[in-house]
Design a protein around this ligand. Structure first.
Ligand SMILES: Cc1cc2nc3c(=O)[nH]c(=O)nc-3n(C[C@H](O)[C@H](O)[C@H](O)COP(=O)(O)O)c2cc1C
Length: 170
């Protein structure tokens, strides 16, 4: 798919069919995250692929936004391996994990899959429920699957501010 088509047409899918996601497609999504840039190339992201019924049930206890997706990816980062900005007030953990997640969500669309970025969950409770190590923080959950009936872009997808509202040339 053309890059511009991917970035313009990706949308948040909120209805999934029960069609399984092929492992090659899942691999392509994970590979897109693997090659993402990170500060100082630290690659502190930690990616959890959740697809067993047992673990999906745990996800459902943490968020109401799985929408029947057969795969959920949790993107976390290792707090012990982040780049600290000068001044030490900020670090790269969340931004690096977000770049990884963004590349993966675009790759999912490129593979013909639906996806949705989620933050409607408690990161600490969810990390506990998934059994993540104590030093990892979850940045986002990503539903992935084939769109089900009605799994089309919602109105908000088409509602973007014009550049003049968000871009300033200094
Ligand atoms: C950081 C972030 C968090 C989001 N969290 C949720 C969520 O928890 N549940 C949900 O249904 N959609 C969630 N979304 C989807 C947004 O509502 C959606 O991206 C936005 O309305 C634009 O629509 P589009 O993705 O179809 O273009 C989230 C999106 C982003 C970027």
């Amino acid at each position: 798919m053309e890059f511009t088509d991917v970035v313009k047409n990706r949308y948040s899918c909120k209805v999934y069919s029960d069609r399984a996601v092929e492992s090659e497609k899942l691999q392509a999504v994970l590979e897109a995250g693997r090659v993402a840039p990170t500060a100082k190339n630290l690659q502190e992201q930690r990616i959890y692929v959740i697809q067993s019924q047992q673990m999906l049930k745990k996800i459902d206890e943490c968020t109401v936004c799985r929408y029947g997706a057969p795969v959920v990816i949790a993107v976390a980062y290792d707090r012990n391996n982040v780049y600290s900005y000068p001044g030490d007030r900020y670090n790269s953990g969340a931004e690096d994990a977000t770049i990884v997640a963004t590349q993966m969500i675009l790759a999912a669309y490129n593979e013909g899959l639906g996806s949705c970025w989620l933050n409607r969950f408690d990161p600490d409770e969810t990390a506990k429920a998934l059994g993540l190590p104590e030093n990892e923080t979850i940045v986002m959950l990503m539903d992935i699957g084939y769109p089900g009936e009605g799994g089309v872009p919602l109105a908000k997808h088409f509602d973007r501010k014009p550049l003049e509202e968000t871009v300033t040339y200094l």
